[in-house]
Design a protein around this ligand. Sequence first.
Ligand code: 15L
Length: 275
Amino acid sequence: MKTIVLTGASGGVAGMIRPLLRTNYKLRLSDRGAAPADLGPNEEWHQADLTDAGAMAALVDGADGVIHLGGQSVEADWETVARPNIDGLYNILTACHEKGVNRFIFASSNHAMGFYPRRRRVGIDQAVRPDGLYGVSKAFGEAICSLFADKHGMRCMSIRIGNVGTAPLDIRRLSIWLHPEDLVQLIEIGLEHPEIHHAIVYGASHNERTWWDNTSAHSLGYEPKHNAEDHRDHALAEQAKIPAEPVGDLFQGGTFTGDGFDGDLDRTLNARPIR
Ligand code: 15L
């Protein structure tokens, strides 16, 4: 069995995918916080902070790959975002390079592209349009994974995750939802596919209302099993409880785009595509 490091292991997404991953891999779980209460078979615990380069070197030593969910997972001030998501990501990638760990799965986010209007279909060939400092850190993450693939021969996958859960939470999530089983399928492609260099894929299930062209994932064999539309009534009922948002409802990134917005709404919405 391969040994795979999972960062952010005490978080919500990790909690949903660990039971599926540990049937196929020996997991080395890591987080800066407390260990998950439900450690299972094939799981061992290593408390470590991404900002500690020495701890990252020890963490990845002897592993076959890394699933990097760790770091700041929502919008925050620059210091809070940059320490784990910029410096920390650099630390763990450098540790992988030094220790010969060749596979790296990066949890990117839809928020790297959040300022694309909902009416636009986007793929992996358009320029990034981050919707906050968190989104900027995810665009940086994709760039540094590309660098480590090109310059150091690593095999990386950046998954632009939509929203992970057992059901979509609102109308926006009907377009971007990702069932944990489909996320695990993408991760296993990233860990195993022989031809990956740096793949950018969308972390989305088979959603009828998708805004994303996920050809890059499908060409690697991704066949999502879940469809947000099967949970349509639940999502629409939840949406009815949420107030309308003049900015957030127009863009793919939702509330992240309206947070602190004092720009030119018409220009942001109608800007000519860069490509
Ligand atoms: C993300 O990237 C966040 O980590 C998650 O908490 C959600 O906000 C998600 O995006 C989303 O866009 O729904």
